[in-house]
Design a protein around this ligand. Structure first.
Ligand SMILES: C[S@@+](CC[C@H](N)C(=O)[O-])C[C@H]1O[C@@H](n2cnc3c(N)ncnc32)[C@H](O)[C@@H]1O
Length: 531
């Protein structure tokens, strides 16, 4: 990845799941090439901009800055979503309404799906001056609402009515076959529904109303014949009465509603207890979400093996829940709690040592893995003379791979052809070098590429007219990288103390001078004459 270096701890087992430590702006940019259009569900729980200073992060920046920080990220999150995917953002009244309007602009107003209310508090705050605020917002957009696919909720709660089991283990309850209430329950009103049914003892039973007058059955004779296996006879003090079975539909479902109670999905108290029981010894993470809340989001918005992304991971609830529900996931977290909370939490999930949250409800028994990435340092840095040089932490391979990502080429270095570092099609290649290329070298490259292929050459500098060779596109590395990537910022976090600084003034005529000892063959060679 362009700015994501891979480490190899023991739970790095080659799984698709990824945890990225670093700023999400750079991380999302790095993810774009591989995952654009592939993420089914984005859930984010960004700092609400409440002005609070939490133990693990600060949460207060000037309103317009908060919006512009969010805008940059939402634009990239939208690119990552699949056409049938959806974005879910939790916020409170501080910024929710502004974010909704901004998302109208980014996603299109027609793609607004709804604003659900999550009952985050399970008791009132008696010290509230005005309202005791009990809810957060869940703002939901589809990438393209005409293609968004969702799952309904299972209606397990109705199962209590179904208090009987048939011989196949199916749940049902009984209702009298005699029509009751309304105008259609008398023989006079429904004469065809007044007829005799044969009880188990052979007696003939007619429908009778409570007052003893002639009544009517609900079903006609034909339906009784057809559905006779559904009729149960019950013998009471007044003789036999026929009843019919109403079965629970196997997969009874209902659309999600916009009010999510703490009884259904947990409250802040629930999530704090979850974190406390996971890490009794740690300073608790201040603003976790309950696993059941995430379970509902993940259930509605994705299916098994779909990709779920959370770029404000916090204590890692989204990843933990997605993992237990058999989804693939990507999480990004900037704070050190990425290491102190998220990694240990996911290890517990994988090792089946997390018995809390939704573990029991989904029958989770451990397994899987994830890969850990951290954002690598900037490709370019400024030396003490104010010139842009390639960071010493980069080697030739990392530079070529980074630039392939930035240029949307697939990194695939050829052993045989030195100028093939990657390709965008079968006939379009990329070559990365920190050399200054002169007309002779470019001519030689052009000859080797030939008439039916093309090559993007990214070099430190070049002499001559770049458009002389129709099969070559020649570009300088520094300016181009500056254009695609916001190099020069130290930090893009939403923390107050780390607000993005103004872009550095363009460095006039950078003349990168890398020491020969720092270079491999890719970097090696002529550094003079950089324009
Ligand atoms: C409200 S918390 C998320 C809590 C999470 N939903 C959970 O259940 O634990 C917001 C998180 O976003 C992180 N964050 C803030 N700015 C970020 C950035 N630029 N890149 C990555 N993470 C960031 C903060 O460090 C914090 O952990």
């Amino acid at each position: 990845m362009v700015s994501v270096g891979l480490s190899t701890p023991k739970w790095n087992c080659g799984f698709d799941n990824r945890l990225i430590f670093g700023d999400n702006l750079l991380a999302l940019k790095a993810l774009e090439q591989e995952f654009a259009g592939k993420v089914k569900c984005v859930f984010i729980d960004p700092p609400y901009n409440t002005g609070s200073a939490f133990e693990h992060y600060d949460d207060g920046v000037e309103h317009s800055i908060w919006l512009s920080l969010m805008r940059d990220r939402l634009v990239m999150l939208r690119n990552l979503l699949s056409d049938d995917g959806s974005l879910w953002v939790t916020l409170d009244d501080n910024e929710a309404h502004y974010l909704k309007v901004m998302c109208d602009e980014i996603f299109g107003r027609a793609n607004f799906i709804g604003n659900a209310i999550w009952e985050k508090a399970d008791s009132p705050r008696m010290d509230a001056q005005f309202f005791s605020v009990r809810h957060d917002h869940l703002i939901v957009f589809g990438k393209d609402i005409t293609k968004t696919t969702w799952n309904k909720l299972r209606t397990d709660e109705t199962a209590a009515h179904y208090d009987k089991l048939d011989e196949y283990g199916r749940k049902y309850y009984l209702k009298p076959l005699r029509a009751m209430g309304g105008q259609g329950d008398s023989r006079a009103a429904r004469p065809t529904l007044y007829y005799a049914l044969t009880a188990p003892d052979g007696s003939q039973i007619f429908p009778k109303r409570q007052d003893g007058t002639d009544g009517a059955w609900r079903w006609n004779k034909a339906k009784v014949e057809l559905e006779k296996s559904r009729i149960d006879w019950i013998q009471g003090r007044n003789g036999w009465t026929p009843n019919y079975r109403i079965y629970a539909e196997e997969n009874a479902q209902r659309p999600p509603e916009t009010i999510w109670t703490h009884g259904d999905v947990g409250s802040n108290r629930t999530s704090k207890a979850e974190i406390k029981s996971l890490f009794p010894e740690l300073v608790p993470f201040g603003t976790p979400k309950p696993e059941k809340l995430l379970q509902r989001v993940v259930h509605i918005a994705s299916n098994r093996d779909d990709l779920v992304l959370d770029s404000f991971a916090g204590s890692g609830t989204t990843g933990a829940v997605a993992h237990k529900m058999g989804r693939r996931w990507i999480m990004v977290e900037l704070g050190e709690h990425c290491h102190t909370h998220i990694i240990p939490r996911l290890k517990k999930v994988i090792d089946d040592e997390d018995k809390g949250g939704i573990t029991e409800a989904v029958g989770w028994q451990g397994g899987g893995g994830f890969r850990y990435f951290h954002l690598a340092p900037s490709l370019l840095e400024t030396d003490k003379w104010g010139r842009e040089v390639i960071s010493k932490e980069y080697n030739a391979t990392m530079l070529a791979e980074a630039l392939c990502k930035l240029e949307n080429f697939t990194y695939a270095p050829s052993d045989a052809v030195y100028w093939q570092h990657g390709h965008s099609t079968e006939r379009d290649f990329i070559y990365v070098t920190t050399q200054t290329l002169g007309p002779d070298q470019l001519q030689q490259l052009s000859d080797e590429v030939g008439a039916d292929r093309s090559l993007l050459v990214l070099c430190a500098a070049f002499r001559g007219t770049a458009d002389r060779w129709s099969n070559l596109t020649v570009k300088k590395i520094p300016n181009h990288i500056k254009y695609r990537c916001e190099w020069g910022h130290d930090d893009y976090s939403l923390k107050v103390e780390n607000l993005p600084k103004a872009s550095p003034k363009p460095v006039a005529a950078p003349s990168s001078k890398l020491k020969a000892s720092e270079q491999t063959d890719l970097f090696g060679g002529d550094e003079e004459g950089q324009p």
